[in-house]
Design a protein. Sequence first.
Length: 183
Amino acid sequence: MLEEMFNSSAHPFYNSASYMALGAIPEDKYVEFVCYWFEQYHKHIDAELVSTIHHIAEANTYAMQRISHELFDEVSSGEKADRLILTKAVNNIIEAEAPRFARMLSHVPDRQQNLLFAIAKEGRVQKIMSAAFLRKYHLASSSAVQNAIKHLIELDLVTQDDKKQYMVEDVFLKLYLNQISEK
């Protein structure tokens, strides 16, 4: 939406700003930052656990911050964060987002949902119309998948990276989809 606002001649801010791509913040910077702020409040966290958060968040700044914040809230002064508390923190976030995600899914037809669940399960997938992928996830046909992916992209539920891999970009939506598909 923002990109369109600055790059479309139909919008008032057309060509009024320069495009600047921001890469992912390196993991070691996150580790240093999170460990520092936990210690400032007499809470403790190992660098390894921060790396686990970085992995769960897929280096997404918002997800990294939200998980770290939820974990920080779960740890009392003088205590040390651990994997069990991290799991609880992530589950708290998924639980808080579940009604929104359920509403979103209620507007997505079954065939599109099936593809969305398959992409979430894979993490990143390039060949969504391959026979192997269709069989593995019991998807209808390559033409049905082609139609479904078009709609999922329009709904901003799925994106494609520079390597032409499809993914559910919202980390918490992906976690939610994987969690409910296991039930």
